[in-house]
Design a protein around this ligand. Structure first.
Ligand SMILES: [Fe+2]
Length: 228
């Protein structure tokens, strides 16, 4: 399309965001399904509902512009979602996956925040006051989603992924008599880089206890080396 003016660019960027949001609706459902932490599942579900609202706000903007929101594919979002999918293909422990999913989702949120911050500023310049309002509401929700993910990561999920101690309750003693074969994790250790060497020592004997709901299991491979 011809892009002679900021308004042309504005419409193109809005189309890009529309494509991004539509892709994200699908991806968040998958991320929620693959999260092990109930809080994280809930966070993804809540943001999925918000994201559907973001799509609707953009549709309202396009209606007022008498333009179609379609016709552009946001390849940035496509790439971010692809990265999340790659994570889900890893043979990783559940709480490590959860920490990774938070990271992927925060990449998405920041990407969207950049986009919405930009179009909101342009809308202001272009005198589109109603658009400014709508875009600001979405931007606020993206920022809140990002904050919530940070809280979840820092309060529990990163810690569980780092220590591998998740939500077991007083199982440490049992685990040492049971040996470590039940941990279901050793085969993939070290595979995801992010784990690095920082966990040495923290795992010994403390991980094989039953975690509620078996959350230490690998996703989709519960048969493997989980002896309970
Ligand atoms: Fe959004």
């Amino acid at each position: 399309m011809d892009m002679e003016t900021l308004r042309d660019l504005y419409v193109e960027e809005l189309k890009d965001l529309y494509s991004a949001e539509k892709q994200l609706v699908r991806a968040l459902g998958k991320m929620a399904k693959n999260a092990s932490s109930e809080e994280l599942q809930q966070a993804f579900q809540n943001h999925l509902a918000e994201t559907e609202g973001h799509v609707e706000r953009l549709e309202e903007i396009f209606e007022s512009l008498e333009a179609s929101p379609r016709g552009k594919k946001c390849v940035g979002m496509e790439g971010l979602i692809e990265e999340a999918n790659e994570l889900l293909e890893e043979d990783a422990a559940e709480d490590v996956v959860d920490a990774g999913l938070i990271s992927k989702a925060q990449h998405v949120e920041h990407y969207e925040m950049a986009g919405y911050g930009t179009v909101r500023a342009w809308a202001q310049l272009l005198g589109e006051d109603r658009h400014v309002q709508l875009l600001q509401q979405t931007l606020d929700e993206e920022m809140n989603a990002d904050k919530l993910l940070t809280q979840l990561a820092e309060s529990t999920i990163n810690i569980e992924a780092a220590t591998g101690e998740g939500d077991e309750e007083g199982e440490e003693e049992q685990s040492s008599s049971r040996g470590r074969s039940s941990r279901g994790k050793s085969a993939s250790r070290g595979k995801t880089g992010a784990r690095g060497g920082s966990r040495g020592g923290s795992r010994s004997g403390s991980r094989s206890g039953s975690r509620s709901g078996g959350s230490r299991a690998k996703r989709g491979s519960s048969s493997r080396s989980r002896s309970r």
